[in-house]
Design a protein around this ligand. Structure first.
Ligand SMILES: Cc1cc2nc3c(=O)[nH]c(=O)nc-3n(C[C@H](O)[C@H](O)[C@H](O)COP(=O)(O)OP(=O)(O)OC[C@H]3O[C@@H](n4cnc5c(N)ncnc54)[C@H](O)[C@@H]3O)c2cc1C
Length: 671
């Protein structure tokens, strides 16, 4: 086991990034023209990185598996993006954003990275406004803010419930400018299937053209992976259907360490599972917790009556409801962080208070907000004696303006009007804090291979706060990578073009082809989805919202044997030399079947609870925090980075000790 060097710059926290930038090596504009960079992934992280690197003068090649960068999973982001601009004058600052993020991640993230994130957060908003991103504005024209979980300020910038879409259009426009200039060569419908190293450095990739099935070689002086998260290892998640681990996993197999793979975020406000036919779950944005109140009935009789259809939620008086988050966490109420809110929902449902047929749903109710806004609007309109209907109409209009598209989405899926009756929600897999280990420069343990956005492990520790993923992805792409990668590439100004004809490319291409052949030649007993669903069930039941040693040990064995069966018996119709979506899926599921085992192994070794990783063996037993996650700072205050050794079970652990010099390690409390 080694101790990893995170390359954190010297000096006081607030000066590190500035000092670092002042001292790094630069590449002059003429030399940038001779340097190629591959960016795999054109979501917010990859799109922003590609556009900025090309603007700087590098030759960029981008890859994505969709037919356009505009369809990256980032487009689904709803609620907003954080920035410490303190527009509300409510006490926000870089330090507070830094503090909230480290505390929100249950003190399992790297101080220097998180501070840098807070520091550049305000620039992101300026950048996006300059691109024309239509952030919501207040009456006076200033940018509006709302609150997200785990904080006591309003720092979330948003574009209705479509923030990711608008930000991605901004990044894509910036990319397009470079495509038109010939500085970005964009390879859509291409999937990276492996990374090529020459003399230990990342020098290219092997990709499959998903339309023709052709295997291609692409070289560059550095490779950036911005390929998103791996929540789909659970089969059911709020992620886009195509989200996967393949690119990162292939880098892992070639030497990039995988950090904290067990840190998964389970989001509290999703539309509950409705049956076995589903392939995807739908998020109801966290922004809804600004105004929605979460509750279940106080009594089990009412639960029974509701489940049997004899009572409706609106029949229950205030006294008959248990607003359990407000009761348990008075300081943060409905805006506790996601891991806390998810566990609290599970606790109520496990105790029998779930309100749908399967007992796995709680209410998210807007009646109080509609009433409050309605009364306020009536006052504003000079109506001092409004009727109930007038209050409702006015209040509903406010809610519709804020969250209209989310309410419409809910109604379309559930066929219930959420203005009239509370939404039903339940936690679902949403985001992965784990990912490829990167140092301060965002470089993985493969020299010249960088990783950005959700695909890296960097900033969120054991739990990500809402609206921080967009911030991190765009920070990485617009403001961090363009500096750090330049420092590395300054050594390459005389290297010249990297050839794709060498033995290294030959070998990796052969490996890719062998794997495809093996998949195509399996016996054909079961579909890819059959295996993916089985894997998802193991992950959800044994590595989900709460975990214990026995079930994690079982999960490791079950995943290994499922993987063995998959390679013998998977069924892939069609041929490899053409478009073949089943083959694409099979490759991704094959990698999930390895990652899943490492995930369970990581969860088993981390015998503490931290953020989203809740070990039943490590729970506060008494006092105010009874039942909450119990960290073990003495033994687990580190990032777990796993080195591939042939089989996930054989992966070796490397530790990056986390040093807290600017923040006091405390029990994380939201009471
Ligand atoms: C429903 C939903 C709502 C969300 N809302 C918010 C929010 O309001 N605020 C917030 O901060 N966060 C939110 N998030 C999280 C956030 O959207 C994501 O973390 C973020 O967008 C990830 O961006 P990314 O650029 O890292 O990856 P992605 O957007 O997932 O992009 C991945 C890219 O990699 C490409 N790719 C992947 N594998 C390969 C391969 N092998 N070869 C070639 N290309 C590949 C894809 O084609 C794609 O271009 C939300 C997430 C979900 C699921």
């Amino acid at each position: 086991m080694s101790i990893l060097d995170s390359k954190i710059p010297e000096g006081p926290l607030a000066d590190k990034w500035t000092n670092y930038k002042n001292k790094i090596n630069l590449v002059n504009p003429a030399n940038k023209r001779n340097i190629d960079i591959i960016v795999v992934g054109t979501g917010l992280a990859g799109g922003s990185a590609a556009a900025t690197l090309a603007e700087l003068g590098y030759n960029v090649k981008t890859f994505c598996y969709q037919d356009s960068p505009r369809r990256a999973h980032s487009i689904a982001a709803q609620g907003g993006i954080n920035a410490a601009k303190n527009y509300q004058g409510d006490g926000d600052s870089n330090y507070r954003l830094f503090y909230d993020t480290v505390k929100g991640g249950d003190y399992r993230s790297r101080e220097a990275n998180v501070y840098r994130l807070a520091e550049v957060s305000a620039n992101i908003i300026d950048q996006c406004v300059a691109q024309g991103v239509p952030f919501a504005r207040e009456y006076g024209g200033l940018l509006d803010n709302r609150s997200f979980g785990g904080v006591l300020v309003s720092r979330t910038f948003y574009a209705k419930g479509q923030t990711g879409q608008q930000l991605l259009l901004g990044a894509y426009s910036a990319m397009n400018r470079q495509i038109n200039r010939g500085k970005i060569q964009s390879f859509n419908r291409h999937e990276m299937l492996d990374i090529v190293k020459i003399d230990g450095k990342a020098r290219g990739i092997i990709a499959r053209d998903l339309v023709t099935g052709k295997i291609e070689r692409h070289s560059a002086h550095a490779v950036v992976l911005a390929t998103g998260g791996y929540g789909n290892v659970f089969f059911l998640s709020t992620n886009a259907m195509g989200s996967n681990i393949t690119a990162a996993w292939k880098a892992h197999r070639r030497g990039a360490f995988m950090a904290n793979p067990c840190y998964t975020q389970i989001h509290p406000t999703c539309i509950p599972v409705s049956g076995d036919h589903q392939s995807k779950l739908t998020l109801m944005s966290e922004s809804l917790r600004n105004d929605g109140r979460i509750w279940v009935p106080q009594s089990l009789e009412d639960v029974k009556a509701i489940r049997e259809g004899k009572k409706k939620p609106v029949d229950l008086s205030e006294e008959e409801r248990d607003y359990y988050l407000e009761r348990r966490y008075p300081a943060f109420g409905n805006l506790v962080p996601r891991d806390v809110a998810s566990r609290a929902a599970k606790e109520r449902c496990d105790a029998g208070f779930g309100v749908n047929k399967t007992g796995e749903a709680v209410y998210l109710d807007f009646a109080t907000a509609i009433n409050r806004y309605g009364k306020e609007q009536a006052m504003i309109h000079g109506n001092h004696n409004p009727t109930d209907q007038e209050i409702y109409n006015l209040g509903r209009e406010v809610i519709e303006n804020k969250y209209g598209n989310l309410f419409q989405m809910y109604e379309k899926i559930v066929d219930e009007n959420p203005y009239k009756t509370p939404m039903m929600i339940y936690p679902a897999v949403h985001y992965t804090m784990g990912g490829l280990w990167v140092d301060y420069n965002l470089q993985t343990t493969i020299e010249g291979c960088y990783c950005a956005g959700e695909a890296n492990f960097s900033d969120h520790g054991a739990n990500r706060l809402g609206a921080s993923a967009l911030m991190q992805g765009l920070a990485d792409g617009y403001f961090v990578l363009p500096y750090t990668i330049g420092d590395y590439l300054s050594a390459d100004i005389r290297t010249g073009k990297i050839s794709t004809d060498g033995p290294e490319f030959d070998q990796v291409e052969k490996d890719v082809q062998t794997r495809i052949d093996k998949l195509m030649n399996a016996s054909g007993a079961h579909s890819v989805d059959y295996y993916h669903k089985k894997l998802g069930k193991i992950m959800w039941n044994k590595c989900g919202m709460s975990r214990n040693a026995l079930e994690l040990t079982e999960a490791i064995a079950e995943i290994a044997s499922l993987r063995e069966d998959f390679w013998k018996n998977v069924n892939i119709p069609g041929i490899a030399e053409s478009m073949n979506p089943e083959l694409e899926k099979a490759g991704r599921v094959a990698d999930f079947l390895e990652l899943g085992e490492l995930f369970a192994k990581d969860a088993l070794h981390r015998n503490e609870s931290a953020g989203g990783h809740y070990r039943e063996e490590s729970v506060e037993q008494s006092g105010e925090q009874k039942g909450e996650a119990l960290r073990d700072d003495e033994n687990f205050k580190y990032v777990a980075a796993w080195e591939y050794q042939g089989e996930p079970k054989d992966a070796t652990l490397h530790k990056e000790d986390l040093v807290f010099e600017n923040i006091e390690l405390k029990t994380r409390s939201y009471k």
